[in-house]
Design a protein around this ligand. Structure first.
Ligand code: FES
Length: 104
């Protein structure tokens, strides 16, 4: 087990327990942090937009082309923008800090 440090849309930051092998979108949804994940992780809705903290962004696997294409539909992109459904949590991500993206 490990954890994520999440800032929600109200600006509240909390540490939540992560689960090895789960999509980060699923972890955030399980903790009721207001992420929709409408397409269930099929990379076709962008409702799982998160912003990865600067010091973590380069430590994650790079986005695939389909994630980049879907991110292009998100208003208000940041350098650390990712789709949480495309990130599978493992112990190397323990302590990962992210912010939930604003709803469009
Ligand atoms: S849950 Fe739809 S793109 Fe991530």
């Amino acid at each position: 087990m490990g954890s994520l440090v999440v800032t929600d849309r109200k600006g509240l930051t909390r540490e939540v327990e992560a689960v090895e092998g789960w999509r980060i979108m699923e972890i955030l949804r399980e903790h009721g942090l207001g992420i929709e994940g409408t397409c269930g992780g099929a990379c076709s809705c962008a409702t799982c937009h998160v912003i990865i903290a600067d010091d973590w962004a380069g430590r994650l696997p790079p986005p695939r082309d389909d994630e980049i294409d879907m991110l292009d539909t998100v208003p208000g992109l940041y350098d650390g923008s990712r789709l949480a459904c495309q990130l599978i949590w493992d112990e190397d991500m323990d302590g990962l800090r992210l912010t939930i993206g604003q709803q469009s």
